[in-house]
Each structure stands twice: as structure tokens, then as C-alpha cells.
Design a protein around this ligand. Structure first.
Ligand code: FAD
Length: 295
């Protein structure tokens, strides 16, 4: 088939539609595969040095205003499926994390309740080692399936990765992306798990600016401290550049208060980083991923 006729392939795709900040530039090319087999075949058609970016729900991601000069691969609504297999649950990379939380609760498991408030996909949770309220993605991973740019699939386990706080790196250093994860959770009780999900979601609504586009916590918490506390202590709550603002409700969130550019958001991040370093001596590390070229 002629590449330009592939149904899931789009050129010059506005990535602001695909990231939770609702801001930023375009991708030169974007593809939504029909399934895993289609993803593997598509990867084989790409030139060997093509830049590749897997995107789930874009809840931890910003593409600079000048755009991403490569191919984006969308997993959400592409790599689907969630299944109980013996004592484990197999979830495809495009499944939203809140779906996994509810699925585990429904099937009498516990310990996944925290995932209900992480608005990304399983692929994104694996890539970021997403976590909160004491839970962390990789604590529950039995194995993962990955794909490389040759379209070859592999089974891997945690031993193949360097895993830390919001950090996951393949020890071989090779380029692979997550296609699915096999997870194990403790036995639980559905009513109790559902109650815990409600309780944790309530906490989020009370403490996070969920009414405005954001990407969750911008910075990792430094050891023994909270990025939000440090940012607030520097008087940065409400600091604004263009349409981007340090949330007055939660200082580790940057919100899009209307037509923010990626440049606005990155300027706020740079300013917060520099101010916190200057006033407290702490160098904050970014949790959000920023890719692409400046305009
Ligand atoms: C309101 C809000 C609250 C949040 N709360 C939390 C929280 O409590 N804890 C937490 O950890 N995070 C939190 N986040 C951040 C975010 O939701 C998580 O990091 C999430 O796991 C990202 O998933 P995603 O599918 O949106 O990834 P994306 O934003 O699409 O991608 C993030 C990174 O993962 C890579 N990636 C995505 N899919 C794959 C794949 N299949 N294989 C390999 N790499 C991949 C991307 O290339 C990118 O580098 C929050 C975000 C928001 C907006």
C-alpha cells in the first residue's frame, strides 16, 4: 500500500489536541495503529533514523511550538484490551490507567486504587513509573511486552530495567516501547476498593486544579521534601507568563489559563527552576517530558 493511503496516518498533526496542557506544536507525522500487528508493520516502514514518539493520553507531555520533526505513535484507542489471566492481569499499553484501577477492584484485587486518579495510559504509567499515595506502577509488574523500531516484540521483566522514582530505563539502553503490561495485585474486596477509589479522587479534587488544562506535577519531589512547598516558599504561586500560570491551588501544577503556548509553559518552568535554585539551593528535576523544537 502507498504510505499516504494508510487510514491511521496523518501529516502535520496538532499535538495540542493530544496533550492535557492543550498547548504546543505539531508532529510532522502521526499514526494510530489498528492493533499490535499493524504497529509492528508500520514501524518497519519508517526510515532508520526517524525520530519516534509514543503518546498515550499526553498527560505528562508537551511538544514545543516549533513541532516534533518525526513520527508520533498513538496508543490510546489503538492498543486495547484488558484481561484476567490466572492470578495476573494483562493490560495493553493504550488502556487508560483509571480503567485498570476499576477492573482490578471489580475482580476482587486491591492496591491499584491510586491508579484511578492518574489520567494517562498503561504505557505512560510504565514509562514514567507513575505513582501516588504510596503506590508505584512497577511494584505490580510481572512482565511487559515491548516493541523496537524493527517491529520485533519482546517479553521483559523488571530485572531488565533500572527503576526508580518516576524513572525507568532499559539497562541495554536500546530503544523499545511498551505494548502491554502484566500486573499482579493483592486479594481484596470490591466494595472496599471502590470506596478507596472514591476517597482518593475526592482528595485530588480538593487539592488539584483539575478545572484547567495541566500536566499534573511538573517537578519530582526532592528527597525528603515537596516541590510544591519549595515553590510556594519562593512566593511563586500565581506567577504567570502569557497563558501559563503556577496554579494558586497547587504550586507544583502549571495551568493553561487560556491560549498558553508551549513557550509560555516552558518559561514558567524555567523561572520556577531558577528561582527555587537561587533561593533554596535545591535543583528541581522535571517530571514532565518536553520534546520538539522551539518556534
Ligand atoms: C491531573 C493530573 C494528575 C496527575 N497525577 C499523577 C500522579 O498522581 N502520579 C503520577 O505519576 N503522574 C501523574 N500525572 C502525570 C501523568 O498522568 C502520568 O505520568 C501518566 O502515567 C502519563 O501517561 P500518558 O499515557 O498520558 O503518557 P504521555 O503523556 O502520553 O507520555 C509520557 C511519556 O511516556 C512515554 N510513553 C507513553 N506511552 C508509551 C509507551 N507505550 N511506551 C513507551 N513510552 C511511552 C511518552 O513518550 C512520554 O515520554 C498526572 C497528570 C495530570 C494531568
Amino acid at each position: 500500500m502507498n504510505m499516504s493511503e494508510l487510514p491511521g496516518l496523518r501529516q502535520d498533526e496538532p499535538m495540542s489536541r493530544h496533550v492535557s496542557w492543550r498547548a504546543g506544536g505539531r508532529a510532522r507525522q502521526a499514526y494510530q495503529p489498528a492493533d499490535v500487528a499493524d504497529l509492528c508493520s508500520f514501524l518497519r516502514t519508517l526510515p532508520p533514523h526517524e525520530a519516534i514518539l509514543f503518546v498515550g493520553l499526553g498527560s505528562n507531555l508537551l511538544v514545543r511550538d516549533g513541532g516534533f520533526d518525526g513520527t508520533v505513535l498513538f496508543t490510546h484507542r489503538a492498543l486495547n484490551g484488558i484481561d484476567v489471566q490466572g492470578s495476573t492481569v494483562l493490560a495493553a499499553a493504550g488502556v487508560p490507567s483509571p480503567h485498570l484501577a476499576r477492573f482490578i477492584a471489580k475482580h476482587g484485587g486491591s492496591g491499584a486504587e491510586w491508579l484511578a486518579g492518574v489520567p494517562g495510559t498503561i504505557g505512560g504509567a510504565l514509562a514514567m513509573n507513575a505513582g501516588c499515595y504510596g503506590g508505584e506502577t512497577w511494584n505490580h509488574v510481572v512482565s511487559v511486552q515491548t516493541v523496537d523500531r524493527a517491529g520485533d516484540l519482546r517479553e521483559r521483566t523488571g530485572a531488565d530495567y533500572e527503576i526508580g522514582y518516576r524513572h525507568v530505563r532499559l539497562r541495554t539502553g536500546s530503544e523499545e516501547w511498551f505494548v502491554s503490561g502484566r500486573f499482579q495485585f493483592a486479594q481484596g474486596e470490591e466494595v472496599a476498593s471502590r470506596a478507596r477509589i472514591r476517597e482518593l479522587l475526592k482528595k485530588r479534587v480538593a487539592s488539584q486544579p483539575l478545572h484547567l488544562p495541566n500536566a499534573g506535577s511538573v517537578f519530582r519531589n526532592p528527597p525528603g521534601d515537596h516541590a510544591a512547598r519549595l515553590i510556594e516558599s519562593c512566593g511563586l504561586k500565581g506567577f504567570t507568563v502569557g497563558g501559563a500560570q503556577v496554579s494558586p491551588k497547587h504550586s507544583n501544577f502549571i495551568v493553561n489559563i487560556g491560549d498558553a503556548t508551549a513557550r509560555d509553559i516552558e518559561s514558567v518552568i524555567d523561572h520556577v527552576e531558577a528561582t527555587v535554585r537561587e533561593r533554596t539551593g535545591v535543583t528541581l528535576v522535571r517530571e514532565v517530558r518536553i520534546v520538539g523544537e522551539a518556534a
